[in-house]
Design a protein around this ligand. Structure first.
Ligand code: HEM
Length: 417
């Protein structure tokens, strides 16, 4: 695919306000305006190169050209990632840590987790029948928090479910926000890290039982390349890096519910029960709706691409949302159409809702298998195991809020099993 090379530097000193105003569309808007795949801008007082498209993704995921160390702002590390976590590592140490996460990505673990998710859907939906209205996002957060903790080997007291689920959500919800919304995420992280740190210590001292093969056990006993254990804080951060994104699948489940509502013909197809269609539907939800906006890295070796000079140390942002809506890769990209995945050829760089490249070698998300399986079991529940009504509400998801969600968090009424 030819790379569009009209090199452009944005006029003006800083474009942070434009980023806040345009959110997910910031990179795509400029790429379209300047007719380019690569342009230079200034964000938070720093020069940044923005890139979009399949060819850009191939370059971005070349570890000879980019590193992650120094790329993620502290405000993101103190809410979303945890300080100095896997997202900020490079080279062999990163790949070694990555194996720790990838070791959980097996069919048997997917089955175990989806079974736990299913059991929670049963319990929750039986209870919804007795209620006037349900805010689905908040409930699904709890469902996934319970299932993820149980899978991870963590015992959740009944009294703490709501607050823990909210803390996991607040860490995700706050990373792109400012002021009190941002501080909410930092506090949620501190509370969660303290909780899990104590648990790691108790496991190491043999004070609480832990099952081998669970993420709790793995994080408590993992040895780095140098043969040392992670300190308690780092072990807690990485365990949170396992649980928090499972809870975050609630966003995709809400977008799935929104699609079922907006596109009843898709619901009809899903009711027929063809597993291939369920796969295409899930992929289209992940392609179509906004979640991760872009990912960042720093140049480690001077090079040229698309007519642009990439100087060592420069911050570079790869447009995830825009690449998933690139009309060179997706026909009619702003149309929700699961059938587009029927003949889609697997491609590590064109469909990148959770990052690109080979997950065993790059920073691509290790959790895509979990995400698709948890979505499928949840969608199956929404489509086949319950009936509900969607009353009038504000279902708009603002594109300048990162991460975004329908404003009403998706309210349902008249639930029947
Ligand atoms: C809720 C849906 C999810 C979304 C939208 C998502 C998205 C992403 C994105 C965009 C990245 C960054 C890729 C990059 O830096 O190039 C990432 C990395 C990561 N994700 Fe996910 N993810 C999700 C679910 C999960 C799940 C279920 C897990 C694990 C149970 C997980 C664990 C991780 C980890 C550990 C990383 C860091 C990988 C690395 O730096 O090598 N994510 N994810």
């Amino acid at each position: 695919m030819p790379v569009l090379e009209h090199v452009r530097k944005e006029k003006g000193l800083d474009h942070t306000l434009a980023l806040l105003r345009e959110g997910y569309l910031f990179i795509g808007n400029r790429a379209a305006k300047y007719k380019t795949d690569v342009f230079e801008t200034h964000i938070m007082g720093e020069k940044a190169i923005c890139m979009t498209g399949e060819e850009a993704a191939k370059v971005f995921y070349d570890s000879e050209l980019f590193q992650r160390n120094g790329a993620a702002p502290m405000r993101v590390q103190k809410t979303l990632f945890g300080v100095n976590a896997i997202q900020t590592m490079d080279g062999k140490a990163h790949l070694h840590r990555k194996q720790l996460f990838l070791s959980f990505m097996s069919q048997s673990n997917y089955q175990k987790l989806t079974q736990l998710v299913k059991e929670q859907w049963e319990i929750y939906s039986n209870e919804w029948v007795r209620r006037d209205q349900i805010v689905l996002f908040d409930e699904v957060n709890e469902i996934l928090c319970r299932a993820a903790c149980s899978f991870a080997g963590i015992k959740l007291e009944e009294s703490e479910v709501k607050s823990r689920a909210k803390d996991f959500n607040d860490m995700v919800d706050s990373f792109g926000k400012v002021g009190s919304d941002h501080r909410k995420g930092k506090k949620a992280r501190t509370r969660t890290e303290d909780w899990i740190k104590n648990m790691i210590e108790a496991v190491r001292l043999g004070q609480i039982p832990v099952q081998e093969g669970t993420p709790l056990y793995a994080m408590a006993t993992y040895q780095s390349l140098e043969g040392s254990q992670m300190d308690q804080e780092m072990a807690a951060i990485e365990l949170i890096n396992f649980i928090r994104p499972i809870v975050a699948i609630s966003t995709y489940i809400i977008f799935s519910a929104l699609s079922l509502y907006n596109f009843p013909q898709c619901k009809e197809q899903l009711i027929k029960g063809d597993p291939a269609y369920a796969d295409w539907f899930v992929q289209e939800v992940r392609r179509f709706y906004p979640f991760g906006p872009f990912v960042g890295a720093r140049v480690i070796k001077d090079f040229q691409w698309g007519g642009m000079d990439f100087k060592t140390g420069t911050l570079v942002l790869l447009d995830l949302y825009g690449t998933n809506h690139d009309d060179r890769l997706w026909s009619n990209p702003n149309k929700f159409d699961p059938m587009r995945f029927k003949d889609w050829k697997e491609n590590l760089y064109s469909f990148i809702p959770q990052g690109g490249g080979d997950p065993t070698k790059t920073h691509r998300c290790p959790g895509e298998g979990i995400v698709t399986e948890v979505m499928k079991i949840s969608i199956n529940f929404l489509v086949k195991q319950m009936e509900y009504e969607v009353p009038e509400q504000n279902l708009i998801y603002p594109m300048n809020q990162i991460p975004t969600l329908p404003e009403s968090r998706f309210i349902i009424t008249n639930v029947k099993r």
